[in-house]
Design a protein around this ligand. Structure first.
Ligand SMILES: [Zn+2]
Length: 87
């Protein structure tokens, strides 16, 4: 899974699936579809734009063009590394 090498400030990164990402874009994975390059969107909002905020899973992204599966914005190993290094 690809991560952003020059990420701005990891302290501000969401720590759970229920936390909104800035601009509803993935924080940990490539924000664009690896197949077609389209910006990934939140699965819940693609299914239903009216989804209440507290019912959205903010780590589930999907390509609106390919719709070929869920891209999870949740690299657990990377998380561990970051927070262990800070403690
Ligand atoms: Zn795509």
């Amino acid at each position: 899974m690809k991560t952003t090498p020059d990420a701005p400030d990891r302290n501000n990164y969401p720590r759970s699936a229920a936390e909104p990402r800035p601009d509803n874009r993935p924080c940990y994975i490539d924000p664009c579809c690896p197949s077609c390059g389209a910006p990934l969107v939140l699965l819940d909002l693609l299914k239903s734009p009216e989804t209440p905020e507290d019912e959205i899973w903010y780590d589930e992204f999907i390509c609106p063009q390919c719709r070929d599966g869920i891209h999870l914005d949740w690299p657990e190993s990377e998380f561990k590394k970051v927070f262990e290094a800070e403690e």
